[in-house]
Design a protein around this ligand. Structure first.
Ligand SMILES: [Zn+2]
Length: 160
């Protein structure tokens, strides 16, 4: 985990994030997860290398969750659903592996998993996979382009 303690070697701070970003709002960005647990699985993060929700000022926390709700609306519109999960882990003890504040958003559709609650262990595994898969994203370049393009298009025409 020490590898990720600074902005210089944080996977979320690296420039390649720009390629998967589909929405930004007041210092926060929404990006497509390169190793999604379900279609549309995305992350909302502060652009700055902030480790913890606890470190945000009251106005920053307001903007972070506003950005998260806006990104969620875009995802719901793009995936034609009103169901979603959010998850946020703080510190390794809680399952956080990349020490840059990130909220998982997973749009859900009926019967996408055998049991609706099955998403959570998948997200926990996924947080580890972000590290494992740095050099080998599970979505191909063209798959990423399609989903990011679709979400950017939705963002442009969705009132959030
Ligand atoms: Zn970072």
């Amino acid at each position: 985990l020490e590898r990720y303690l600074t902005a210089e070697n944080c996977p979320f701070c690296k420039s390649r994030i720009g390629k998967v970003t589909f929405f930004s709002f007041e210092g926060n960005i929404a990006l497509v997860n390169i190793a999604p647990v379900l279609p549309g699985h995305s992350l909302v993060i502060p652009e700055k290398h902030i480790k913890s929700l606890i470190d945000l000022t009251e106005s920053e926390i307001n903007l972070f969750f506003l950005a998260a709700r806006k990104a969620t609306k875009i995802l719901l519109s793009a995936f034609g659903t009103d169901a979603f999960d959010w998850s946020l882990q703080e510190k390794p003890e809680a399952g956080q592996s990349v020490e840059h504040l990130h909220l998982h958003i997973v749009p859900r559709i009926r019967k996408d998993l055998k049991d609706p609650g099955d998403w959570y262990p998948l997200v926990q595994q996924n947080d580890k996979m972000i590290i494992d898969s740095l050099g080998r994203p599970r979505l191909s370049k063209s798959e990423l382009e399609v989903i990011v393009g679709k979400l950017r298009e939705t963002a442009a025409k969705t009132e959030v």
